[in-house]
Ligand binder design. Structure first.
Ligand SMILES: CC(C)(COP(=O)(O)OP(=O)(O)OC[C@H]1O[C@@H](n2cnc3c(N)ncnc32)[C@H](O)[C@@H]1OP(=O)(O)O)[C@@H](O)C(=O)NCCC(=O)NCCS
Length: 230
């Protein structure tokens, strides 16, 4: 998600004490939909149409979690989906994440991400992916602390020209090697095919090996995640 994320030091902080965390539920046109759109749009440089929200919420309402205050105001939200990725791994995808500015820095987004990750694990996800701008430090902190790793730098990924990282949390051993069709990375032809340690394929191999090295740690983290959100 591309976002504007200036830190406003003058924002009055609100305590996160009496907040509730709930699943979006089964209502297609939930009373929270306008508030979700408003909260996400506030920080987006390229706002999504209502159809984008409906695309996610009609199909994966059980993978959307909200933080509400005592008056049922929306304080935070995470929107996700889960489906096979190119005939390969079952991939969860975190499409949107935002918290109200006055409540930031109190662990609300971290808790929402944990709840979404747990829900996707319960549905047998193999991996969870997302994109975030390369200078979105709060976002990178949240995801990398939970075990997500940077697998790709996506140059000028967003409409506003900003570059993104793709982050992936691998949930099961061997998942980075699972073939996809069409493949994520094309096979090299000609001379490069003689030396798979060079060029695009070489980078791909290195990324996958690096990912594999971290699997054990991430796999352990998975169990921490399940316990931590209880
Ligand atoms: C990113 C966002 C969801 C984080 O929400 P949050 O409720 O503040 O998140 P948390 O409190 O769980 O954690 C934020 C982490 O970033 C750190 N952080 C917050 N603001 C920061 C800043 N301006 N500079 C550096 N670090 C910052 C926090 O200290 C915390 O890390 P820590 O626990 O290691 O200290 C929120 O800033 C937001 O809505 N931003 C706009 C939308 C967006 O960028 N969404 C993510 C796109 S994928």
């Amino acid at each position: 998600m591309s976002e504007t994320h200036q830190h406003d030091a003058t924002t009055t902080k609100r305590p996160a004490g009496n907040l509730r965390y709930v699943c979006y539920g089964n209502d297609k046109e939930s009373p929270y939909l306008p508030a979700i759109k408003q909260l996400i749009s506030k920080d987006l440089s390229e706002p999504y149409s209502i159809y984008v929200y409906r695309y996610f919420l009609y199909q994966w309402s059980d993978l959307c979690f909200m933080t509400l205050d005592e008056q049922d105001n929306l304080i935070g939200v995470i929107v996700c989906k889960l489906e096979p990725h190119r005939g390969g791994p079952m991939r969860g995808y975190i499409a949107m994440l935002a918290t109200q500015q006055e409540y930031r820095g109190q662990g609300i987004a971290t808790k929402l991400v944990r709840m979404a990750v747990d829900a996707m694990i319960a549905k047998d996800a193999d991996e969870i992916a997302l994109e975030t701008e390369i200078d979105n430090i709060p976002s990178l902190r949240i995801y990398e602390r939970l075990g997500f790793i940077r697998t790709k730098r996506l140059h000028r990924y967003y409409l506003n020209g900003n570059t993104a990282y793709r982050l992936i949390l691998y949930l099961k051993p061997g998942i980075p090697y699972k073939p996809t069709y069409p493949p994520d990375y094309p096979h090299m032809e000609g001379d490069d095919a003689q030396n798979p340690a060079q060029g695009l394929l070489g980078e791909d191999l290195i990324q996958r090996q690096a990912a594999q090295l971290q699997i054990e740690e991430v796999h352990g983290q998975r169990h921490d995640l399940l316990q931590a959100s209880g």
